[in-house]
Write a protein that binds this ligand. Structure first.
Ligand code: MG
Length: 177
């Protein structure tokens, strides 16, 4: 069985905060506002995983009203979400992401971000991809006031309908006179 999941997040960019994407800190004048460390990409990936497994969403699992999550490490939250997904029998096949921001350029950091996400998600880096885009000066992202992240993931689990049918057919064959 396979399940697709999608996640999206947007964070305001403000002075005095770190600019984190998938656990990697990028050099930037402004960073992500947020109750946690503000890692918009990690948050989008969490929602993609949880959505694919129908296990809820980041707001329900890690509510911003929880004082224990103040300045929380979003990659630790991602690992917690992965644990839930794995406990339900799912494993990640691949993850694809888009990050929209005016600056900095993502390309020099892409492989580090992929490696960081892949390590947290316990998959080889070739199963994780991240693309950087700008918003062509349009809207809050284009004006440099926000960073937006999108993530799509594919989960797989061993109990595929085809596999089950195959086992049933085998069972019937074995019990046939
Ligand atoms: Mg967020």
């Amino acid at each position: 069985m396979i399940r697709i999941g999608v996640g999206q997040d947007i964070h305001r960019l403000v002075l005095g905060r770190r600019f984190l994407l998938g656990g990697v800190q990028l050099p930037a004048e402004k960073g992500e506002a947020g109750h946690s460390d503000g890692d918009a990409l990690a948050h989008a990936v969490i929602d993609a995983l949880l959505g694919a497994a129908a296990l809820g969403d980041i707001g329900g699992l890690f509510p911003p009203s929880d004082p224990a999550l103040k300045d929380a490490d979003s990659m630790a939250l991602l690992r917690s979400a992965l644990c839930l997904v794995q406990r339900a029998g799912w494993r990640l096949h691949n993850l694809d992401c888009v990050v929209c921001c005016e600056s900095p350029k993502l390309l020099p950091f892409r492989d580090a971000i992929r490696a960081s996400l892949a390590e947290a998600l316990e998959v080889p880096a070739e199963r994780v991809f991240v693309k950087g885009k700008t918003a062509e000066g349009l809207g809050p992202v284009g004006e440099g006031r926000a960073v937006q992240a999108l993530a799509v993931c594919l989960l797989e689990r061993g109990d595929s309908p085809a596999g089950r049918e195959g086992k049933e057919a085998q069972h019937e064959a074995e019990n046939r006179d």
